[in-house]
Unconditional design. Structure first.
Length: 116
């Protein structure tokens, strides 16, 4: 059974930083493409960043230069370092296992709130 567990969300002032973690089990993590998505209040869920099993990364334009996705295959964990946070980054952040253009599994989500 696949399980993705996010942690690290919280309340932060604009300009601050947070690091999200997603611990995976039930998958061969080193061969998994992983992504971070977010859903702002009243909006659709959107891709924030993803990382291939080889470590190739991809970012939404809105977070380029501020967020960094990384993975530690020894710990079965994917991270999202978020710097210079803005009010518009407020959202529920979800970890996901990607399968091509589809999502195989979702985490339960973690709330990130940025105060202006």
């Amino acid at each position: 059974q696949v399980q993705l567990v996010e942690s690290g969300g919280g309340l932060v002032q604009a300009g601050g930083s947070l690091r999200l973690s997603c611990s995976a089990s039930g998958i061969i993590f080193s061969f998994a493409a992983m992504g971070w998505y977010r859903q702002p209040p009243g909006k659709e869920r959107e891709l924030v960043a993803d990382i291939s099993y080889m470590g190739t990364t991809n970012y939404a334009d809105s977070v380029k230069g501020r967020f960094t996705i990384s993975r530690d295959n020894a710990r079965n964990t994917v991270y999202l370092q978020m710097n210079n946070l803005k009010f518009e980054d407020t959202a529920v952040y979800y970890c996901a296992q990607q399968s091509g253009t589809a999502i195989s599994s979702w985490g339960q989500g973690t709330q990130v709130t940025v105060s202006s």
